[in-house]
Design a protein around this ligand. Sequence first.
Ligand code: SAH
Length: 354
Amino acid sequence: MNLSDLDIDKLTEYITSLGEKKFRAKQIYKWLHVNLATDFSEMTDLSKALREKLSQEAHITTLTPVEIQTSQEDGTKKYLFALDDGNLVESVLMRYKFGVSVCISSQVGCRMGCRFCASTIDGWLRNLTPGEMLGQVEAIQRDIFHGRNIAPRSEEYERERISHVVVMGTGEPLDNYENLLIFLRMLTDANGLNISQRNVTVSTCGIVPRIRELADERLQITLALSLHASNQEKRKALMPISAKYDIIEAVEAMKYYQQTTGRRVTFEYSLISGVNDTPQDARELSGLLHGMNAHVNLIPVNPIRERTFESPSRAAAEAFASLLAKYGINATIRREMGRDIDGACGQLRRRHLK
Ligand code: SAH
């Protein structure tokens, strides 16, 4: 049994099936997700017999860092982790004024085929398990705390604790829906890392039925749609998913998410010079989002080696943002971090695969 994939209810089921009392499950959950234990021998408040039994019958997923790149500009760190089967995934640590944020991957590779994205070039290999998604957050937290004696709940602990998680790395989270939901439950469980739902963002290319299902879960997480175009024709050319669920359906689903959860939604818009950053695009985009409680995140496209897309100048991005503002659309240009490392989705992993 792999304990890293079990939420507290499933863990309790398993532990009681071994003839143990219920509270043992809580202890073990805490060892795994608060103390970030990687081995049963660390779990000193369990009987020796139970520890031995677990080390024979149960498994803990651990992610091994293969490479860590640190940005000299802003301290952003990019991690390449090896999974138990040798597959590689990328995660990123970013430090903001509001807290410590981690960006995680949801799949090994991706099958969505977005034209500007490096993560999808080599296709999709498999879904990540809940434990592998959570494992990225926990491995980074372990790295932050490593070699330092930081008392839980101390001021330093609160400062160094991962407070925000975005599912915006490699993969399409809503294409790995069941595991994503278990992961979200575990990540935000008060018995574990206890990250506030409001500090979690899931980004999707627009798998419409899943957006609606997620809305019906009524979680308090933020949902972001990768929009990247102002009309169906342009979006279809950049994002194959738009052939299946068109831009209008995707925006309607986001409206449903907003209304069902009461959460403001985010639209990500990667600015590509001459492709989607014209005044006409700003006008169409504002028409599309008119009247919605939404925020537009403008991201100057991060050019990847495999494609010819170019990022607009800072002035052009600002002109686009102020046009949106003029039309009453709430938009900001995302601060770029880690530009001096392999920042764009999938680039570090690709280099290793080669
Ligand atoms: N599959 C999900 C999440 C992963 S991608 C999704 O599509 O939303 C995270 C975000 O980065 C998406 O908005 C994606 O479109 C964007 N992205 C991918 N490659 C990029 C690049 N080279 N430059 C800028 N943004 C990029």
